[in-house]
Each structure stands twice: as C-alpha cells, then as structure tokens.
Ligand binder design. Structure first.
Ligand code: CO
Length: 209
C-alpha cells in the first residue's frame, strides 16, 4: 500500500509545485490541447516519454504499446494517429524505441511467451527479413541495439504508408516522421532517422532484402 499511497502524495506535491509559479498552469489547459508531437513509445516503465524530453502537459500526445509497434490492423493506434494528425494537426510523429527492450529480446528467442507472442509476430518477421544485417553484428548486445534501430525504422516505414499520413502529406508537408532509440543506461536519445516526409524516403530506410 505504501507505494500506491506515494503516488497520490507525489501528485498533490506536483500540482502544488506547478501552480506555485503559475497559478493558472492547469486552468490554461482545461479547455483544449494543442500538442506538437505524437509519440509512439514502448510500454516499458523505464522510458518516461514526457519526463525525459521535458514535455509539459498539453505538448505531447502519446501512444504506448509493447515494442512501440505500428500495426495497420490495430484500431487503437489507427484512431490515435487519425486524431493526432487530422484533428490536433501535430507537426511531428515520433516512434521511440529503447535499449534493452524486453519485446525485442523475447522476439529473438525460440521460447513461447504466451499471448504476447501474437503481438511479437511482426517483430519476428522483421528479424527474419533482416537476418543478414543482424547476423553481421559482433555480439548479442550489438545485435539487440541494431534490432532496436531496425524496429524503429520498420515502424516509421509503416507509418509512411498509412492512409492517414499519405492524406496529410498530399495536403501539405505535415507531419514529419522521426525515429528515436532511448538509451536506458544513459538517459539519452539517439536519433535514428529524422524528418521523413515522403513514402519514397521511408521505403529506403531499411536495408534491402
Ligand atoms: Co520495450
């Protein structure tokens, strides 16, 4: 119970701190949100998207799932993407992977993980199609790091073919797509790919196979 109670205490302290310098901090945000970013991250508890980027409430629209994946059949992310791009008009869509991702580790092994194996199947496919690039890595650590990059590039590529994104691009240049890998061990973001604004550019992201 003490861990749970701590959350409530922290919340009260945080709300007091935020209004200490700006009494209207929360009131200003009540009516609407105008985020500049949609960030698609992993559910991993060590990847605090707002905290690690200094994003304030209202700045970042967030979707998280295991392995920061973009599935064309996932009604959840399709809805998030559609709302973020067409209603909120975000300028940037960022896929944020991370080091030591349990999803990527699990997808590399032969062991069964139960229900989550369905969700890892696209990552297993990616590992199969990118085997030459992965096998060229000198050790398991380098291989996992490479896979974290490939996974982010794969998801940016899928985003670039989404009707929601293509429709937005046909009417202008928003949003830009970006791919990051966050290093849990240093707290720093590695920029894997930036400013993808066409399907042609996205197609060339992954090594040919
Ligand atoms: Co992860």
């Amino acid at each position: 119970m003490k861990y749970y109670q701590k959350l409530i205490e922290n919340n009260a302290q945080w709300a007091a701190e935020m209004t200490a310098n700006d009494p209207d901090f929360f009131a200003k945000r009540e009516a609407k949100q105008t985020p500049h970013y949609l960030v698609i991250g992993c559910s991993d508890s060590r990847v605090p998207l707002e905290m690690m980027t200094g994003a304030l409430p209202g700045e970042m629209f967030v979707h998280r799932n295991i392995g920061n994946q973009v599935w064309e059949t996932d009604m959840n992310i399709l809805s998030v993407l559609q709302f973020a791009v067409h209603v909120l008009d975000v300028e940037h869509v960022i896929v944020c992977g991370h080091s030591n991702c349990g999803a990527l580790k699990a997808a590399q092994g032969p062991q069964s993980n139960g229900l989550v194996d369905h969700w890892l199947s696209d990552i297993r496919d990616l590992i199969r199609t990118q085997r030459p690039a992965l096998d060229a890595c000198p050790d398991a650590e380098a291989r996992l790091h490479r896979l974290s990059h490939l996974n982010v590039l794969q998801q940016v590529g899928i985003l670039s073919r989404m009707p929601t994104i293509l429709d937005a691009w046909s009417r202008g240049r928003r949003p830009m797509l970006h791919g990051w890998v966050y290093d849990i061990g240093t707290g720093l973001i590695e920029r894997v790919v930036e400013q993808v604004d066409s399907a042609e550019r996205a197609v060339a992201l992954l090594p040919a196979h």
